[in-house]
Design a protein around this ligand. Structure first.
Ligand SMILES: NC(=O)c1ncn([C@@H]2O[C@H](COP(=O)(O)O)[C@@H](O)[C@H]2O)c1NC=O
Length: 540
Protein backbone atom coordinates (compact mmCIF):
# COMPACT_ATOMS: atom_id res chain seq x y z
CA UNK A 1 0.00 0.00 0.00
CA UNK A 2 1.97 3.02 -1.15
CA UNK A 3 -0.67 5.67 -1.68
CA UNK A 4 -3.48 6.14 0.85
CA UNK A 5 -6.34 8.53 0.17
CA UNK A 6 -7.37 10.56 3.20
CA UNK A 7 -11.09 10.21 3.75
CA UNK A 8 -11.36 10.75 7.49
CA UNK A 9 -9.10 12.75 9.82
CA UNK A 10 -8.95 13.03 13.60
CA UNK A 11 -7.63 16.36 14.82
CA UNK A 12 -6.72 16.79 18.51
CA UNK A 13 -4.27 19.56 19.29
CA UNK A 14 -3.23 21.63 22.29
CA UNK A 15 -1.35 24.16 20.18
CA UNK A 16 -4.17 25.36 17.94
CA UNK A 17 -1.94 27.46 15.67
CA UNK A 18 -2.88 26.81 12.04
CA UNK A 19 -5.42 24.11 12.89
CA UNK A 20 -8.43 26.00 11.46
CA UNK A 21 -6.61 26.65 8.18
CA UNK A 22 -5.62 22.99 8.00
CA UNK A 23 -9.18 21.84 8.78
CA UNK A 24 -10.53 24.18 6.09
CA UNK A 25 -8.14 22.80 3.48
CA UNK A 26 -8.93 19.19 4.47
CA UNK A 27 -12.69 19.85 4.32
CA UNK A 28 -12.23 21.39 0.89
CA UNK A 29 -10.61 18.11 -0.14
CA UNK A 30 -13.74 16.26 1.01
CA UNK A 31 -12.12 14.88 4.19
CA UNK A 32 -14.51 14.10 7.08
CA UNK A 33 -13.29 15.78 10.29
CA UNK A 34 -13.48 14.30 13.80
CA UNK A 35 -12.13 16.18 16.79
CA UNK A 36 -11.80 16.46 20.57
CA UNK A 37 -13.55 19.18 22.64
CA UNK A 38 -11.38 22.31 22.33
CA UNK A 39 -10.16 21.52 18.85
CA UNK A 40 -13.69 20.77 17.62
CA UNK A 41 -14.89 24.09 19.06
CA UNK A 42 -12.15 26.05 17.25
CA UNK A 43 -13.01 24.34 13.96
CA UNK A 44 -16.78 24.73 14.43
CA UNK A 45 -16.39 28.39 15.39
CA UNK A 46 -14.73 28.89 12.01
CA UNK A 47 -17.94 27.63 10.37
CA UNK A 48 -16.68 24.17 9.44
CA UNK A 49 -18.44 20.86 9.95
CA UNK A 50 -16.77 18.56 12.48
CA UNK A 51 -17.87 15.46 14.37
CA UNK A 52 -17.15 15.17 18.12
CA UNK A 53 -15.01 12.24 19.16
CA UNK A 54 -17.63 11.50 21.82
CA UNK A 55 -20.13 10.79 19.03
CA UNK A 56 -17.71 8.17 17.74
CA UNK A 57 -16.98 6.53 21.12
CA UNK A 58 -20.47 6.87 22.60
CA UNK A 59 -18.82 8.20 25.78
CA UNK A 60 -18.53 11.80 26.88
CA UNK A 61 -15.05 13.22 27.39
CA UNK A 62 -14.63 12.76 31.13
CA UNK A 63 -12.43 13.08 34.21
CA UNK A 64 -11.13 16.53 33.32
CA UNK A 65 -10.13 15.33 29.87
CA UNK A 66 -8.11 12.40 31.20
CA UNK A 67 -10.32 10.12 29.10
CA UNK A 68 -11.37 11.36 25.66
CA UNK A 69 -9.92 9.28 22.86
CA UNK A 70 -8.87 6.19 24.84
CA UNK A 71 -11.41 3.90 23.17
CA UNK A 72 -11.30 0.92 20.76
CA UNK A 73 -13.30 2.88 18.18
CA UNK A 74 -10.44 5.39 18.00
CA UNK A 75 -7.50 3.00 18.37
CA UNK A 76 -9.13 0.33 16.20
CA UNK A 77 -9.66 2.99 13.52
CA UNK A 78 -5.97 3.91 13.74
CA UNK A 79 -4.46 0.44 14.14
CA UNK A 80 -6.51 -1.81 11.85
CA UNK A 81 -4.52 -3.30 9.00
CA UNK A 82 -6.81 -2.41 6.15
CA UNK A 83 -6.04 -5.41 3.95
CA UNK A 84 -6.24 -7.95 6.78
CA UNK A 85 -9.54 -9.87 6.60
CA UNK A 86 -9.76 -10.45 10.35
CA UNK A 87 -9.10 -6.79 11.12
CA UNK A 88 -11.69 -5.82 8.53
CA UNK A 89 -14.25 -8.16 10.09
CA UNK A 90 -13.55 -6.74 13.57
CA UNK A 91 -14.06 -3.23 12.23
CA UNK A 92 -17.37 -4.22 10.65
CA UNK A 93 -18.73 -6.08 13.64
CA UNK A 94 -17.79 -3.33 16.15
CA UNK A 95 -18.71 -0.35 14.00
CA UNK A 96 -15.13 0.91 13.76
CA UNK A 97 -14.45 3.35 10.94
CA UNK A 98 -10.95 3.85 9.53
CA UNK A 99 -9.05 7.00 10.54
CA UNK A 100 -6.64 7.84 7.72
CA UNK A 101 -5.04 10.97 9.10
CA UNK A 102 -4.19 11.86 12.70
CA UNK A 103 -3.12 15.40 13.60
CA UNK A 104 -2.05 15.66 17.24
CA UNK A 105 0.14 17.83 19.37
CA UNK A 106 0.53 17.16 23.05
CA UNK A 107 -0.26 18.92 26.33
CA UNK A 108 2.49 21.50 27.01
CA UNK A 109 4.23 19.56 29.78
CA UNK A 110 7.59 21.34 29.61
CA UNK A 111 6.09 24.81 29.34
CA UNK A 112 4.00 24.03 32.42
CA UNK A 113 7.11 22.99 34.35
CA UNK A 114 9.01 26.05 33.09
CA UNK A 115 6.40 28.52 34.32
CA UNK A 116 6.68 27.10 37.83
CA UNK A 117 3.18 25.57 37.95
CA UNK A 118 2.06 23.49 40.93
CA UNK A 119 2.86 19.79 41.04
CA UNK A 120 -0.84 18.95 40.45
CA UNK A 121 -0.95 21.13 37.35
CA UNK A 122 2.26 19.58 36.04
CA UNK A 123 0.82 16.09 36.51
CA UNK A 124 -2.40 17.12 34.70
CA UNK A 125 -0.26 18.24 31.79
CA UNK A 126 1.11 14.77 31.20
CA UNK A 127 -0.71 13.86 28.01
CA UNK A 128 -1.86 10.25 27.87
CA UNK A 129 -4.44 9.97 25.10
CA UNK A 130 -2.36 12.02 22.65
CA UNK A 131 0.82 9.92 22.76
CA UNK A 132 -1.30 6.73 22.68
CA UNK A 133 -2.93 7.83 19.43
CA UNK A 134 0.37 9.07 18.00
CA UNK A 135 1.93 5.67 18.64
CA UNK A 136 -1.04 3.79 17.15
CA UNK A 137 -1.05 5.89 13.99
CA UNK A 138 2.75 5.80 13.62
CA UNK A 139 2.88 2.03 14.03
CA UNK A 140 0.26 1.72 11.33
CA UNK A 141 2.02 4.14 8.97
CA UNK A 142 1.43 1.66 6.16
CA UNK A 143 -2.14 3.00 6.10
CA UNK A 144 -2.30 6.01 8.39
CA UNK A 145 -0.70 9.45 8.10
CA UNK A 146 0.47 11.08 11.33
CA UNK A 147 1.34 14.77 11.72
CA UNK A 148 2.58 16.03 15.10
CA UNK A 149 4.17 19.36 14.25
CA UNK A 150 2.21 22.46 13.11
CA UNK A 151 5.20 23.37 10.93
CA UNK A 152 4.42 20.25 8.84
CA UNK A 153 0.83 21.28 7.97
CA UNK A 154 1.94 23.06 4.79
CA UNK A 155 3.91 20.02 3.66
CA UNK A 156 0.93 17.75 4.36
CA UNK A 157 -1.31 19.92 2.21
CA UNK A 158 1.31 20.05 -0.55
CA UNK A 159 1.52 16.24 -0.39
CA UNK A 160 -2.29 15.90 -0.67
CA UNK A 161 -2.23 18.28 -3.62
CA UNK A 162 0.57 16.42 -5.36
CA UNK A 163 -0.90 12.96 -4.67
CA UNK A 164 -4.50 13.79 -5.56
CA UNK A 165 -5.86 13.68 -1.99
CA UNK A 166 -3.55 10.83 -0.88
CA UNK A 167 -0.18 10.55 0.89
CA UNK A 168 2.82 8.53 -0.22
CA UNK A 169 4.41 5.82 1.88
CA UNK A 170 7.66 7.83 1.93
CA UNK A 171 5.84 10.78 3.50
CA UNK A 172 4.09 8.59 6.05
CA UNK A 173 7.30 6.82 7.07
CA UNK A 174 9.10 10.14 7.53
CA UNK A 175 6.27 11.58 9.63
CA UNK A 176 5.98 8.37 11.70
CA UNK A 177 9.70 8.51 12.55
CA UNK A 178 9.31 12.13 13.55
CA UNK A 179 6.26 11.27 15.66
CA UNK A 180 8.05 8.52 17.59
CA UNK A 181 10.96 10.92 18.22
CA UNK A 182 8.37 13.34 19.57
CA UNK A 183 6.74 10.89 21.99
CA UNK A 184 10.19 9.61 23.04
CA UNK A 185 11.42 13.11 23.86
CA UNK A 186 8.09 13.94 25.56
CA UNK A 187 8.47 10.90 27.80
CA UNK A 188 12.13 11.75 28.39
CA UNK A 189 11.11 15.19 29.63
CA UNK A 190 8.58 13.60 32.02
CA UNK A 191 11.06 10.97 33.23
CA UNK A 192 13.71 13.64 33.79
CA UNK A 193 11.24 15.80 35.69
CA UNK A 194 10.43 12.88 38.01
CA UNK A 195 14.12 12.10 38.40
CA UNK A 196 15.68 15.51 38.76
CA UNK A 197 13.03 18.03 39.81
CA UNK A 198 10.18 16.16 41.45
CA UNK A 199 12.42 13.66 43.25
CA UNK A 200 13.59 16.43 45.54
CA UNK A 201 10.39 18.43 45.94
CA UNK A 202 7.52 15.95 45.90
CA UNK A 203 5.41 15.59 49.08
CA UNK A 204 7.31 12.49 50.24
CA UNK A 205 10.81 13.93 49.83
CA UNK A 206 13.95 12.34 48.40
CA UNK A 207 14.56 9.93 51.31
CA UNK A 208 11.18 8.23 50.95
CA UNK A 209 11.86 7.68 47.25
CA UNK A 210 15.52 6.82 47.71
CA UNK A 211 16.13 9.52 45.10
CA UNK A 212 19.58 10.24 43.77
CA UNK A 213 20.35 12.70 41.00
CA UNK A 214 21.44 9.73 38.94
CA UNK A 215 18.61 7.69 37.51
CA UNK A 216 18.88 4.10 36.41
CA UNK A 217 17.98 4.90 32.81
CA UNK A 218 18.95 8.32 31.53
CA UNK A 219 16.78 9.39 28.61
CA UNK A 220 18.26 12.20 26.53
CA UNK A 221 16.01 14.57 24.66
CA UNK A 222 17.60 17.26 22.52
CA UNK A 223 16.43 18.93 19.33
CA UNK A 224 18.75 19.54 16.39
CA UNK A 225 19.49 23.25 16.00
CA UNK A 226 22.11 23.15 13.26
CA UNK A 227 24.58 20.92 11.57
CA UNK A 228 27.99 22.56 11.63
CA UNK A 229 30.53 22.70 8.80
CA UNK A 230 32.80 20.31 10.70
CA UNK A 231 33.84 19.42 14.22
CA UNK A 232 36.93 20.30 16.21
CA UNK A 233 38.91 19.29 13.09
CA UNK A 234 37.84 19.31 9.43
CA UNK A 235 37.68 15.50 9.28
CA UNK A 236 35.09 15.41 12.10
CA UNK A 237 31.35 15.98 11.62
CA UNK A 238 29.42 18.07 14.11
CA UNK A 239 26.05 19.49 15.06
CA UNK A 240 24.56 21.61 17.82
CA UNK A 241 21.46 20.50 19.73
CA UNK A 242 19.11 22.40 21.98
CA UNK A 243 17.92 20.99 25.29
CA UNK A 244 14.20 20.46 25.53
CA UNK A 245 13.91 22.43 28.74
CA UNK A 246 12.20 25.74 28.18
CA UNK A 247 14.15 28.82 29.27
CA UNK A 248 17.68 27.47 28.72
CA UNK A 249 20.15 30.30 28.13
CA UNK A 250 23.51 30.12 26.44
CA UNK A 251 25.32 30.42 23.13
CA UNK A 252 22.83 28.20 21.21
CA UNK A 253 20.03 30.61 22.22
CA UNK A 254 22.00 33.78 21.42
CA UNK A 255 20.92 36.04 18.56
CA UNK A 256 23.61 36.23 15.89
CA UNK A 257 23.56 39.80 14.63
CA UNK A 258 26.29 39.44 12.01
CA UNK A 259 29.24 37.38 10.83
CA UNK A 260 29.98 33.94 9.46
CA UNK A 261 28.29 30.80 10.77
CA UNK A 262 29.53 29.66 14.16
CA UNK A 263 31.91 26.70 14.02
CA UNK A 264 32.16 23.89 16.56
CA UNK A 265 35.22 25.55 18.13
CA UNK A 266 33.43 28.94 18.18
CA UNK A 267 30.57 27.37 20.16
CA UNK A 268 32.97 25.76 22.58
CA UNK A 269 35.09 28.89 23.12
CA UNK A 270 32.10 31.23 23.21
CA UNK A 271 30.55 29.02 25.88
CA UNK A 272 33.73 29.22 27.98
CA UNK A 273 33.73 33.02 27.64
CA UNK A 274 30.04 33.35 28.50
CA UNK A 275 30.27 31.06 31.55
CA UNK A 276 33.20 33.10 32.90
CA UNK A 277 31.71 36.53 32.25
CA UNK A 278 28.47 35.31 33.91
CA UNK A 279 30.45 35.21 37.18
CA UNK A 280 30.48 39.02 36.99
CA UNK A 281 26.75 39.45 36.27
CA UNK A 282 25.31 42.52 37.95
CA UNK A 283 28.78 43.89 38.82
CA UNK A 284 31.01 46.58 37.29
CA UNK A 285 31.70 46.22 33.56
CA UNK A 286 33.80 43.12 32.89
CA UNK A 287 35.54 41.78 29.80
CA UNK A 288 36.73 38.23 29.21
CA UNK A 289 38.99 37.23 26.31
CA UNK A 290 39.15 33.49 25.59
CA UNK A 291 41.41 31.41 23.40
CA UNK A 292 40.97 27.66 23.06
CA UNK A 293 38.45 27.62 25.92
CA UNK A 294 40.90 29.28 28.35
CA UNK A 295 40.79 32.94 29.35
CA UNK A 296 43.88 34.93 28.28
CA UNK A 297 42.69 38.19 29.82
CA UNK A 298 39.93 39.17 32.24
CA UNK A 299 39.26 42.55 33.81
CA UNK A 300 36.58 44.48 35.65
CA UNK A 301 36.65 48.28 35.72
CA UNK A 302 34.41 51.34 36.13
CA UNK A 303 34.00 51.53 32.33
CA UNK A 304 33.74 48.78 29.71
CA UNK A 305 36.45 50.39 27.58
CA UNK A 306 38.84 50.36 30.51
CA UNK A 307 37.94 46.72 31.27
CA UNK A 308 38.70 45.84 27.63
CA UNK A 309 42.08 47.60 27.74
CA UNK A 310 43.04 45.93 31.02
CA UNK A 311 41.94 42.48 29.81
CA UNK A 312 43.85 42.90 26.55
CA UNK A 313 46.98 44.07 28.35
CA UNK A 314 47.22 40.71 30.17
CA UNK A 315 48.22 38.84 27.00
CA UNK A 316 47.68 40.80 23.79
CA UNK A 317 49.53 38.14 21.78
CA UNK A 318 47.11 35.34 22.67
CA UNK A 319 44.10 37.66 22.34
CA UNK A 320 44.60 37.74 18.56
CA UNK A 321 41.73 35.75 17.01
CA UNK A 322 40.06 35.49 20.40
CA UNK A 323 36.51 35.35 21.71
CA UNK A 324 35.39 38.37 23.73
CA UNK A 325 32.50 38.40 26.21
CA UNK A 326 31.16 41.29 28.27
CA UNK A 327 28.74 41.40 31.19
CA UNK A 328 27.10 44.69 30.11
CA UNK A 329 25.85 45.93 26.72
CA UNK A 330 28.51 47.08 24.28
CA UNK A 331 29.00 50.75 23.47
CA UNK A 332 30.58 52.27 20.35
CA UNK A 333 33.91 53.23 21.95
CA UNK A 334 34.54 49.72 23.27
CA UNK A 335 33.37 48.10 20.03
CA UNK A 336 35.79 50.27 18.02
CA UNK A 337 38.62 49.33 20.39
CA UNK A 338 37.79 45.61 20.07
CA UNK A 339 37.80 46.00 16.28
CA UNK A 340 41.42 47.14 16.41
CA UNK A 341 42.51 43.52 16.81
CA UNK A 342 41.32 40.46 14.93
CA UNK A 343 38.47 38.95 16.96
CA UNK A 344 36.44 35.86 16.01
CA UNK A 345 33.36 36.27 18.20
CA UNK A 346 31.95 38.95 20.50
CA UNK A 347 29.22 38.03 22.99
CA UNK A 348 27.31 40.61 25.03
CA UNK A 349 23.92 41.19 26.64
CA UNK A 350 23.19 43.92 24.07
CA UNK A 351 24.93 46.41 21.80
CA UNK A 352 23.95 50.02 21.06
CA UNK A 353 23.70 51.41 17.51
CA UNK A 354 27.24 52.80 17.57
CA UNK A 355 28.63 49.42 18.63
CA UNK A 356 26.67 47.61 15.92
CA UNK A 357 27.90 50.11 13.33
CA UNK A 358 31.52 49.57 14.41
CA UNK A 359 31.22 45.78 14.13
CA UNK A 360 29.37 46.02 10.81
CA UNK A 361 32.65 47.13 9.23
CA UNK A 362 34.14 43.74 10.20
CA UNK A 363 32.01 41.44 8.09
CA UNK A 364 33.44 38.16 9.40
CA UNK A 365 33.24 39.03 13.09
CA UNK A 366 30.38 37.13 14.69
CA UNK A 367 28.37 39.31 17.06
CA UNK A 368 26.17 37.32 19.44
CA UNK A 369 23.64 38.97 21.71
CA UNK A 370 22.31 37.10 24.71
CA UNK A 371 19.10 38.19 26.37
CA UNK A 372 20.44 37.53 29.85
CA UNK A 373 23.65 36.06 31.14
CA UNK A 374 23.21 32.50 32.41
CA UNK A 375 23.06 32.16 36.20
CA UNK A 376 26.57 31.13 37.29
CA UNK A 377 25.12 29.39 40.36
CA UNK A 378 22.45 27.40 38.50
CA UNK A 379 22.31 23.66 39.11
CA UNK A 380 22.76 21.35 36.16
CA UNK A 381 24.52 18.29 34.87
CA UNK A 382 27.58 17.94 32.67
CA UNK A 383 28.19 14.99 30.39
CA UNK A 384 31.40 13.71 28.91
CA UNK A 385 31.51 10.72 26.67
CA UNK A 386 34.38 8.31 27.18
CA UNK A 387 35.20 5.09 25.35
CA UNK A 388 32.58 2.59 26.43
CA UNK A 389 30.49 4.96 28.52
CA UNK A 390 29.55 8.41 29.67
CA UNK A 391 30.52 10.41 32.72
CA UNK A 392 27.90 12.58 34.36
CA UNK A 393 28.49 15.14 37.10
CA UNK A 394 26.76 18.16 38.56
CA UNK A 395 28.18 21.37 37.07
CA UNK A 396 30.73 23.33 39.06
CA UNK A 397 28.43 25.96 40.55
CA UNK A 398 30.67 26.40 43.59
CA UNK A 399 31.10 29.96 44.74
CA UNK A 400 33.31 31.45 47.42
CA UNK A 401 32.63 34.72 49.24
CA UNK A 402 34.81 36.64 51.70
CA UNK A 403 33.12 34.85 54.62
CA UNK A 404 34.25 31.44 53.32
CA UNK A 405 37.95 32.28 53.36
CA UNK A 406 40.22 31.07 56.14
CA UNK A 407 43.31 33.14 56.76
CA UNK A 408 46.10 30.65 57.48
CA UNK A 409 49.15 32.95 57.36
CA UNK A 410 50.46 35.09 60.21
CA UNK A 411 49.86 38.19 58.11
CA UNK A 412 46.21 38.80 57.29
CA UNK A 413 45.55 40.05 53.78
CA UNK A 414 44.56 43.70 53.28
CA UNK A 415 41.13 44.53 51.89
CA UNK A 416 42.68 45.12 48.44
CA UNK A 417 44.55 41.81 48.60
CA UNK A 418 41.33 40.03 49.54
CA UNK A 419 39.51 41.60 46.59
CA UNK A 420 42.36 40.55 44.26
CA UNK A 421 42.21 37.02 45.72
CA UNK A 422 38.49 36.68 45.03
CA UNK A 423 38.90 38.04 41.49
CA UNK A 424 41.81 35.68 40.73
CA UNK A 425 39.84 32.78 42.23
CA UNK A 426 36.78 33.45 40.01
CA UNK A 427 39.01 33.37 36.94
CA UNK A 428 40.97 30.28 38.07
CA UNK A 429 37.68 28.36 38.27
CA UNK A 430 37.40 28.75 34.48
CA UNK A 431 41.02 27.92 33.58
CA UNK A 432 41.94 24.36 32.62
CA UNK A 433 43.92 22.57 35.32
CA UNK A 434 46.54 22.97 36.51
CA UNK A 435 45.53 26.62 36.76
CA UNK A 436 47.57 29.47 38.20
CA UNK A 437 46.17 33.00 37.91
CA UNK A 438 47.85 36.22 39.03
CA UNK A 439 45.52 39.21 39.41
CA UNK A 440 45.80 42.77 40.65
CA UNK A 441 43.36 45.68 40.83
CA UNK A 442 40.54 43.83 39.10
CA UNK A 443 42.58 42.51 36.17
CA UNK A 444 44.46 39.33 35.44
CA UNK A 445 48.22 39.85 35.35
CA UNK A 446 49.19 36.39 34.10
CA UNK A 447 47.38 33.10 33.46
CA UNK A 448 48.95 29.64 33.27
CA UNK A 449 46.66 26.86 32.07
CA UNK A 450 46.53 23.16 31.38
CA UNK A 451 50.02 22.11 32.50
CA UNK A 452 50.75 18.72 33.98
CA UNK A 453 52.34 20.30 37.04
CA UNK A 454 51.42 23.40 38.98
CA UNK A 455 54.90 24.95 38.95
CA UNK A 456 54.94 25.03 35.16
CA UNK A 457 51.53 26.75 35.11
CA UNK A 458 52.88 29.31 37.58
CA UNK A 459 56.02 29.93 35.57
CA UNK A 460 54.06 30.32 32.35
CA UNK A 461 51.72 32.79 34.04
CA UNK A 462 54.66 34.82 35.36
CA UNK A 463 56.47 34.73 32.00
CA UNK A 464 53.35 35.99 30.23
CA UNK A 465 53.13 38.85 32.74
CA UNK A 466 56.75 39.82 32.02
CA UNK A 467 56.10 39.78 28.27
CA UNK A 468 52.95 41.88 28.76
CA UNK A 469 54.98 44.45 30.72
CA UNK A 470 57.55 44.58 27.91
CA UNK A 471 54.84 45.03 25.27
CA UNK A 472 53.16 47.79 27.28
CA UNK A 473 56.45 49.47 28.24
CA UNK A 474 55.78 49.11 32.00
CA UNK A 475 58.72 49.08 34.41
CA UNK A 476 57.41 46.01 36.20
CA UNK A 477 55.06 43.13 35.43
CA UNK A 478 51.66 43.42 37.05
CA UNK A 479 52.31 40.30 39.09
CA UNK A 480 54.25 42.50 41.53
CA UNK A 481 51.95 42.91 44.53
CA UNK A 482 49.35 40.61 42.95
CA UNK A 483 47.21 37.75 44.29
CA UNK A 484 48.10 34.27 43.07
CA UNK A 485 45.21 31.78 42.79
CA UNK A 486 45.76 28.06 42.44
CA UNK A 487 42.74 25.96 41.41
CA UNK A 488 43.87 23.05 43.63
CA UNK A 489 46.01 22.89 46.74
CA UNK A 490 49.72 23.65 46.62
CA UNK A 491 51.19 20.25 47.48
CA UNK A 492 54.69 21.50 48.29
CA UNK A 493 56.35 24.64 49.58
CA UNK A 494 57.77 25.23 46.08
CA UNK A 495 54.32 26.55 45.11
CA UNK A 496 55.12 29.52 47.33
CA UNK A 497 58.41 30.00 45.47
CA UNK A 498 56.44 30.44 42.27
CA UNK A 499 54.38 33.17 43.94
CA UNK A 500 57.51 34.86 45.27
CA UNK A 501 59.37 34.70 41.96
CA UNK A 502 56.44 36.48 40.34
CA UNK A 503 56.26 39.07 43.15
CA UNK A 504 52.80 38.13 44.47
CA UNK A 505 51.95 39.31 47.96
CA UNK A 506 49.03 36.99 48.70
CA UNK A 507 47.98 33.46 47.77
CA UNK A 508 44.50 31.96 47.53
CA UNK A 509 44.22 28.18 47.28
CA UNK A 510 41.93 25.40 48.54
CA UNK A 511 44.32 24.05 51.22
CA UNK A 512 44.03 20.51 52.47
CA UNK A 513 47.42 19.17 51.30
CA UNK A 514 49.40 16.75 53.47
CA UNK A 515 52.15 19.35 53.67
CA UNK A 516 49.93 22.39 54.36
CA UNK A 517 52.11 23.17 57.39
CA UNK A 518 55.23 23.43 55.22
CA UNK A 519 53.40 25.56 52.67
CA UNK A 520 52.05 27.90 55.38
CA UNK A 521 55.51 28.18 56.94
CA UNK A 522 57.05 29.08 53.58
CA UNK A 523 54.41 31.81 53.13
CA UNK A 524 55.01 33.13 56.66
CA UNK A 525 58.80 33.11 56.21
CA UNK A 526 58.37 35.23 53.10
CA UNK A 527 55.80 37.57 54.66
CA UNK A 528 53.09 36.44 52.25
CA UNK A 529 49.45 36.41 53.26
CA UNK A 530 47.54 33.22 52.40
CA UNK A 531 43.88 32.23 52.48
CA UNK A 532 42.27 28.80 52.06
CA UNK A 533 38.98 28.40 50.23
CA UNK A 534 38.23 24.81 51.25
CA UNK A 535 36.94 24.30 47.70
CA UNK A 536 38.76 23.04 44.62
CA UNK A 537 38.04 23.97 41.01
CA UNK A 538 39.60 21.30 38.81
CA UNK A 539 38.57 21.78 35.18
CA UNK A 540 39.71 19.34 32.55
N1 LIG B 1 -7.17 11.62 27.47
C1 LIG B 1 -7.38 11.47 26.20
O1 LIG B 1 -8.02 10.55 25.82
C2 LIG B 1 -6.82 12.45 25.24
N2 LIG B 1 -6.95 12.34 23.92
C3 LIG B 1 -6.35 13.40 23.35
N3 LIG B 1 -5.80 14.19 24.32
C4 LIG B 1 -5.08 15.44 24.12
O2 LIG B 1 -6.02 16.50 24.17
C5 LIG B 1 -5.51 17.64 23.50
C6 LIG B 1 -6.58 18.32 22.71
O3 LIG B 1 -7.67 18.59 23.50
P1 LIG B 1 -8.77 19.65 23.07
O4 LIG B 1 -9.10 19.33 21.65
O5 LIG B 1 -9.89 19.45 24.00
O6 LIG B 1 -8.14 21.02 23.21
C7 LIG B 1 -4.37 17.14 22.63
O7 LIG B 1 -3.17 17.70 23.13
C8 LIG B 1 -4.38 15.64 22.81
O8 LIG B 1 -3.07 15.10 22.80
C9 LIG B 1 -6.07 13.61 25.51
N4 LIG B 1 -5.69 14.14 26.69
C10 LIG B 1 -4.83 13.65 27.58
O9 LIG B 1 -4.44 12.62 27.87
Amino acid sequence: MTQVTIKRALLSVSDKDGIVELARALAANGVELVSTGGTAKAIRDAGLEVKDVSDLTGFPEMMDGRVKTLHPVVHGGLLAVRDNAEHKAAMDSHGIGAIDLLVVNLYPFEQTVARGASRDEIIENIDIGGPAMVRSASKNHGFVTIVTDPSDYAELLAELDAQDGATSLAFRIRMAGKAFAKTASYDAAIANWFAFADAFSNPLGPDALKATPFVDKLPLAFTLKDTLRYGENPHQTAAVYLPQSVGARGIPQAQQVQGKELSYNNYNDADAALELVAEFAGGDPAVVIVKHANPCGVAQAPSLLQAWREALACDSVSAFGGIVATNVPLDGETARAICEIFTEVVIAPGADDAARAAFAAKKNLRLLLVEDLPDAARPGLQMKSIAGGMLLQSRDAGDIGPGDLKVVSKRAPSAQELADCLFAWKVAKHVKSNAIVFARDGATAGIGAGQMNRRDSGRIAAARAREAAQTAGWDNPRTIGSAMASDAFLPFADGIEVALEAGASVVIQPGGAMRDDEVIKAADDAGLAMVFTGMRHFRH
